[in-house]
Design a protein around this ligand. Structure first.
Ligand code: RP5
Length: 288
């Protein structure tokens, strides 16, 4: 993402009144759009510093920032941990990385494991919606074909979302995309070995040709001034609807529901997932 685009980006979902999963006990300072960029002086800005006790000591999380043994290599590949941002170099202030988009009303790490960028991957799996005689269905208003994507309902917020997930240390993004799709949309964690092998083969083949539609910052409700989500979103399209498009979906892991969802501008999706879905609709010249 170019710096110019990032400067124009204003996050909103990570400026809600209360931080998620805190029973409304951790409030964010409410700031205006104009006060988001760090370049705008805000002398009275003194946000609460919150790091969830649940993440401390977890193998997937960084230590406390004041732990003398914690010597992260910011803006670099730090051993098996990717501390580089897709948005470019981020600033370090008082030992803490600064959110590249700007203020969120809360300092600390919240419930995110890493200080700085927390890397995810989002598989956007699409097919055409078909009518009774199996032709792509046109939307009555736009007269454009309706695209569908595999959406999951998140266990944490109940919102519908792309079935993405965190990139494990040392894992390549293409592996994360397949793993998350298998776990959340095909319930691979509970499949019998034979069925699992079949699903894996199909997904491996289908995911061999995809296109990156977005790489960058995610306006995720968990973001703070010092920790934020980033993603690589790839589109995998089943033009005929006979491959993954014909699979029986089954929600698993962090997903409580899964379904093919008609793509349109009216979908209220998690974080900034709508922006990523728009890019896919544009790529296929589909109804939006
Ligand atoms: C979003 O959170 C990403 O776009 C991705 O969909 C998701 C990853 O977090 P978990 O689903 O693993 O919580 O920011």
């Amino acid at each position: 993402m170019s710096t110019v685009r990032l400067m124009k980006m204003i996050h909103r979902k990570c400026r809600s009144a209360f931080y998620p999963r805190t029973n409304d006990t951790i409030a964010r300072i409410q700031i205006s759009d104009n006060q988001v960029p760090w370049t705008v002086e805000c002398p009275d800005y003194k946000p609460t510093c919150y790091t969830s006790p649940h993440i401390l000591g977890q193998p997937w999380a960084d230590p406390r920032i004041d732990d003398p043994n914690f010597q992260p290599k910011w803006n670099s590949i730090d051993g098996s941990i990717n501390r580089k941002s897709h948005t470019g170099e981020y600033t370090i202030k008082e030992r803490r990385p600064l959110n590249p988009v700007g203020r969120t009303g809360l300092a600390g790490r919240g419930i995110l494991g890493r200080w700085g960028p927390n890397h995810a991957a989002d598989p956007i799996v699409t097919r055409w919606k078909r009518n009774n005689i199996s032709d792509p269905e046109l939307h009555p208003e736009s007269n454009k074909a309706i695209l569908q994507f595999v959406a999951i309902q998140r266990r944490d917020t109940g919102e519908w979302a792309i079935p993405g997930g965190m990139v494990d240390p040392g894992e390549v993004v293409t592996a994360t995309l397949k793993r998350e799709f298998l776990e959340e949309a095909l319930n691979s964690l509970e499949k019998q070995p034979e069925q699992l092998a079949e699903s894996k083969e199909l997904v491996n083949n289908f995911f061999s040709t995809g296109e990156v539609v977005y790489k960058g910052y995610v306006d995720d409700p968990r973001n703070t001034d010092n920790a934020w989500m980033e993603t690589v979103a790839m589109n995998f399209h089943d033009e005929s609807g006979t491959s993954v498009g014909a699979l029986q979906l089954c929600a698993g892991d962090d997903a409580v529901n899964v379904r093919w969802m008609d793509i349109s501008k009216d979908l209220p999706l998690y974080a900034s997932h709508s922006d990523m879905i728009l890019k896919v609709a544009e790529k296929h010249n589909a109804h939006w």
